[in-house]
Structures are given as structure tokens and as C-alpha cells.
Design a protein around this ligand. Sequence first.
Ligand code: GTP
Ligand code: SPV
Ligand code: MN
Length: 587
Amino acid sequence: MTENKYVLKWLEEMKSLCRPDQLVWIDGSEEQLEALREESVATGEMIKLNQEKLPGCYYHRTAVNDVARVEDRTFICTPTKEEAGPINNWMDPEEMYAKLNALYDGSMEGRTMYVIPYSMGPVGSPFSKIGIELTDSIYVVLNMAIMTRVGKAILDIIDGDDFTKCLHAKKDVNPDERYIVHFPQDNTIMSVNSAYGGNVLLGKKCFALRIASYLGKQEGWMAEHMLILGLENPQGEVKYIAAAFPSACGKTNLAMLIPPEYLKEKGYKIWTVGDDIAWLRIGPDGRLYAINPEAGFFGVAPGTSEKTNFNALESTKKNTIFTNVAINNDDMTVWWEGLDKNPPANCTEWTGKQVNGKEFDGVLANPNSRFTAPAINCPCISPEFENPQGVPISAIVFGGRRAKTAPLVYQARDWEHGVFVGATMASETTAAAAGAVGVVRRDPMAMKPFVGYNMADYFGHWLDMGKKMDADKAPKIFHVNWFRKDEDNNFLWPGFGDNMRVLLWILDRCEGKADAVESAIGLLPAEGAIDTTDLDITAEQLKELLSVDKDVWMGDVENQKEYFSQFGDRLPAEITKQLENLENNLK
Ligand code: GTP
Ligand code: SPV
Ligand code: MN
């Protein structure tokens, strides 16, 4: 398939380490993928779903101990611990290689090693990067073929040794010997003993965020946990927004939202460029441009319905892989909590048990069950999706799940303040990562689990990027919170499609059109600035949504101080200055 000596040398080394029975190059052809689907069905790795109702769709169930990213077993192995920083798990690279090599030793005996050449980003785009993943899992191959651009064409454009080396062995999914390891200096990722999503689809979080954030720092660009959307106004003009929310906090939903009826009628529309990851570079005109390096959506299934996210649901109607959802045995279709109010009576729940779904007390689909759907299935996929030059970003939005504290929306005063707003993000944890759910933790720029180097230097890189852009060309920065709750634990804001109302205020602010009022934390919408036409919300509720409780914020400032203190001298002075400023404003 290739004569690239760097590729061949690495492949030989990995082959002699893992000792697979055979080697298969993934050429990207439909024939080969179809043969692999057949094979995976024969071995039970995949289940074929109803091909009339869900053409090209398959099902996969993971081990019950292997249903989410494992942050405590994810490592950044830089030569020194300081380079990885206080947030990442670190081990000396030599020690880690020794440990891993012992685990991979003979791990593919009796198995096949698949070689997947893939591009993150449109093939040949100046933003794009190439990886090669070696894996013993057909599930991984089929997912990578949806999530990335794979095949022979990619091999042909590799320039020397400029590719990310990714090795995955499913082994026996032993959670005690599970490792997801990154060696940024070696452009290498090694994953063992898992077969789930972000642990094994190595183009995604491992490459497109952890390794890419490191490359971005070296090369002067950014890799971020952001959706990208285009908002078209009735005049047909499209403005682009990139938004960073932590895992399972609403990126896919916002990226595909359908505006409320009255705005739809006026001619407003949302176009999806990406739902999880953005790579951003400053363009020749001095503005910030973004591409989505992925080719599919690995989306959270629970909560996805015709009402909440019609476009995501539509995207899953063909050529999609479902992981850990429930199966309706009557017609071999899929079900999850929130799809509708009609769970199947004759049901296989996510762990494989046969149950009556109508009487079952417990969840039928794993809370982190997912669909892997081709982006081209999405009814509102942007015409710019494949644009190799990316789209110009007008606004950057940060957000998290905060029952209290953060208001519905506010604007940062300038780029530096915006970086501080991102750096002080916090959110309640979700099922997307193993561990407790609903605990507030600091998650700067939604990148806590994904920065491939010292987080303090990452803040510095954000500040540097701002310095490279003129203030009038740099995106304006905002913070949103769709998840504010009242005393009775109900969401105060309807969310989903109605988030469009907030996006309109944001874009109007970018054009100097909407009104804002100064507050201790930044610029809040002025009274009446958020359009509530047709919305069942009282003036009282809106006031509460936009309120800033100074005592609660003072408590948060204390927590911020403690958080930042772990970075010591490495923390940029601008962050300390912003923190002092916030504290003074609150006094
Ligand atoms: P990852 O793929 O893990 O990065 O998640 P994501 O950020 O793309 O989150 P996603 O859009 O899949 O949403 C996660 C969960 O939040 C789903 O169960 C949604 O139904 C729910 N959700 C999304 N947007 C809103 C919103 O505006 N309000 C409320 N209340 N829930 C929302
Ligand atoms: C996330 O957890 O942010 C995801 C899913 O998008 S995973 O690919 O598992 O990282
Ligand atoms: Mn994500």
C-alpha cells in the first residue's frame, strides 16, 4: 500500500510487538468495509439492525466496565512532569513505554491487525493532519471510517514521518490494566484494554485534542473542544460561532438547533460545521478561521428526540453505529431514554439482558450510550463543511452546567478577559467520563481532560493568540449556562431550540447592535435585549436567569484562587490580574 519508509518501519516494530496473525490495510473502499461488517456480525462483535427501517445501521455493546473515557488512566508522557502540568496524569516516558510494551507483547496473537490511515480535516487542507491507527477491533475500524477520512489516498500524501502513530489493542478489556497514553514529543498515542469511544477512536480526543493542542502550541494554532455553527439571517448572511462546553453539556444540540417557529418564519437558520472539535488558525485577513477535523458525530443518544434534536436523530437513520443503547427485539430498532415515552416491551437493555422495557426500573440505555453517524447525513450540514480554508469565527462561547452561579449569558470585556472567563469555567460532571456524576469541577475551556501539555502554558497560548489578532478582528468572547435551576431543581431556561435567542444577542453584540449592562463579571444583556417572543417565561424568571449573586461569586473566586495556585509561577500574570479585578468588582 505504501513505500513510506517511516510508516513501514513503525509498522514492522508494532507487528513484532503485538504479533497479530495477519495484517489488513484499510483502503477506504465500500467493498472492504462491507466485508468487515459481515465479519463482525458473524463473530458477534456487531449486531445488524433492521435494514429497512435503519439501512446500513449496526449495534455494538461494550463490556460493562468499559462505557466511558477513563480520565484517571489517561496519561501525558512528556520528558518532564512540569511539561504535562499539575492537571494531567504523568509518567516518565521510558517507564511508561516499558509498562506498555509488556502489555502489548503478543496481545494480537490469533487476531488481525488493521492499519487505518486517516486524515483529520478535509484531505489536503492546510489545517489537516494525518494519523495511522493500528487496531485489532473491527468496531474501531468501522467507527473510524465514519468519524474520519480513511483510506489509501491518505497514505499517498504523508510527508515523510509527519503522521501521528496510534496503536490500539483491545486485549481483554481489563480495567486495571487499561491505559490511554500520549507521548506528544514522539507524536504517538497508545491505548490498551478498552474498546470504547474516546479511549479507542484515537483520531478523536487523543489526537484531535491532546496531541493537536500540543502541535498547535508549537505551530501557532489552536485545537479546541468546540462545536462550530453557522447562523444565517433573513438576508442570507451567515456568521459563525464556535462554542466550548464540557462533555455531554450540549455541543451537538447547539450545533444542530432548529430555531423557534417565529424565527424560522422570519428566515433564520442554523448550519452545522462541527459538533465536538474545532481546529483554529489565523487567516491571511487576520481573522480566526475554524475547521471541524472530524467527518462524523459520536453523539450522546439519551435525550436525543425529534423534539430536542431533530437533525441529530435524522442523522442516525442510516449508516450509523449505535453503542450501548437498548434494542427493540420486535423490529430490531433502537431505543434510549428521552427518545419517546414508549420504551419497547420486548427489549434488550444495554448490558444484554432481556427485559420488559415498560416495567423495567432502571435505565435501558447506558447514560453515555452513543451513535456514530456520518456528518453528511445531517439535514443542516453546512455547505462549508468541506471548505479546506475553514469558516471565519465571529464569536467564541464558553459554557457549562451550573445550577447556580453563572447567568444565562454574559460577554467578556475583551480577549484577555475572555481568556479568564474560559479559564474559570466550571461544570457538573457527566456520564461521558467514568466517575461521579453531578459534581462541580473546574474545566477550563472544556479542555480539562484534553490539554496535551501544561494547562498554565495553554492559558498563555490563548493569550498569545489574542495578541496576534487586532481587537476588531478577534472573535468576541461570551459565556452561557443553559442549566441554571430554580429552588425546586427545575431548569429555568427551556434550552435547546430556544438557545437561538441567546445566539442572536451574541451576534448582535458582535455587530454592536444589542444592548448590554456592566456587571462585576462582565456585560449582561440589558432589560428586553433577549427576545422572549412566544416564550412561556415570566419577567421574574428571566431576571433570576440573568442575576449575579455576589456572595455565590465570592465563593467561586475563592475556589478559583485555590485552583490557579497549583500552577505556581507558570500561571500567566494576566490571569492573576483578571482574578484580582473580578474580586475587586465583587467587593
Ligand atoms: P459530548 O459528545 O460528550 O462532547 O457532548 P455534547 O457537549 O455534544 O452534549 P450533547 O449535545 O450531546 O448533550 C448532552 C445532554 O445534554 C443531552 O442529554 C441533551 O439532551 C442535554 N442538553 C443539550 N442541550 C440542552 C439544553 O439546552 N438544555 C437542557 N436542559 N439540556 C440540554
Ligand atoms: C466527550 O466525552 O467529550 C465525547 C465522547 O465527545 S468521547 O469520544 O468518548 O470522548
Ligand atoms: Mn466531546
